[in-house]
Ligand binder design. Structure first.
Ligand code: CP
Length: 331
């Protein structure tokens, strides 16, 4: 089922036909198509209200949100912080480098102390897959996954599909290619779950060491032939090489990776004309994508970043107990 991002002309309201019942956002894998639609619809309503110049909402006034980022981040951390501030929450950015985690304090103790200090929600980025699930079972407050190891990055998958829908409408039958380091990418997994649930036809492509055959179990086509994978694709999403998670020897050298799988102008010509070029960031310019494409007319990379704010506003609003119609009615 696909919910239109915007209310059809002539209709006062277009509410998705269910309410939001989750306290945590841990994975896209566990979300239904309807729940993805609720987040997208709520984000679209926030975007419409922001476009009118209304910059803040009182939904989370008096709530304290802790950004518990134990891996580096620019986009996700700042977008969550901006989203929380737009909803009038108090936001505390946990500084991992100066925290007692450097003295060996565990994630469990860190999180329980943050809760004891009065936090109403924790946004967690951690190198360990499953760490948000672990905290969600330990704490009595919402836990939002901002990226757990190579497992999932659900808000990235939600903002990526939101951005695609803004350009393409329904994703049913749309041909989407995800190119690069799939094996170590939480972005790839979250996008695969979101895209296949929304009906897109997904091909993952890259070296066989980084794109193993068992990914077909997730409902995607595995390819190591860039030209045939890109042929007539409507979206290509580049992923960076995750050096921090890889063992040595996944491919001979960065230069050889770029030579075989880097997106350049010639290879972009194999795409369907007007195809969207996406990247979750951070970009390694000249490795997985040439600058002229990253900054070119078909790139929506910075739109992805901007949409990250309203998608995260929607997630915070819903997981804090709000409903889509609270926002849609105001839009
Ligand atoms: N896309 C993404 O997760 O970027 P950051 O690591 O900068 O948050």
């Amino acid at each position: 089922m696909y919910f239109p991002l915007y209310r059809p002309a002539g209709r006062r309201h277009c509410f998705p036909p269910m309410s939001w019942n989750r306290r945590h956002l841990l994975t896209i894998e566990e979300l239904s198509v309807a729940e993805i639609g609720l987040i997208h619809t709520t984000a679209a309503a926030f975007k419409k209200i922001l476009a009118r110049g209304e910059k803040s909402f009182s939904a989370l006034r008096g709530k304290t949100i802790v950004n518990l980022f134990l891996e580096p981040s620019t986009r996700t951390r700042l977008a969550f912080e901006m989203a929380a501030r737009r909803l009038s929450a108090d936001v505390i950015a946990f500084d991992a480098a100066s925290s007692s985690t450097t003295k060996g304090e565990t994630l469990r103790d860190t999180a329980q102390n943050i809760r004891a200090l009065g936090a109403d929600m924790i946004i967690l980025r951690h190198a360990a897959a499953g760490s948000p699930l672990y905290l969600s079972r330990l704490l009595d407050i919402p836990v939002i996954n901002a990226g757990d190891g190579a497992h999932e990055h659900p808000t990235q998958g939600l903002l990526d599909t939101f951005t695609m829908q803004e350009h393409l409408g329904s994703l049913r039958g749309r041909k989407v290619v995800i190119l690069g380091d799939i094996l170590f990418s939480r972005v790839a997994r979250s996008n695969i779950h979101a895209l296949t649930k929304l009906g897109a036809v997904v091909t993952i492509v890259g070296p066989s060491t980084l794109v193993p055959p068992w990914f077909t179990a997730l409902g995607v086509t595995v390819s190591h032939d860039l030209r045939s994978a890109l042929a007539d694709a409507e979206v290509v999403m580049l992923l960076r090489i995750q050096h921090e998670r890889q063992m040595a020897g996944m491919f001979p050298s960065l230069g050889e990776y770029t030579g075989m799988f880097g997106l350049n102008k010639t290879r972009a010509g194999w795409l369907k004309p007007g195809a969207l070029i996406m990247h979750p960031g951070p970009i390694n310019r000249g490795v997985e994508i040439d600058s002229e494409l990253a900054d070119g007319a078909n790139s929506v990379i910075l739109e992805q970043v901007t949409n990250g704010i309203v998608v995260r506003m929607a997630v915070l609003h819903l997981c804090a107990g709000g409903q889509p119609e609270d926002v849609i009615t105001a839009a």
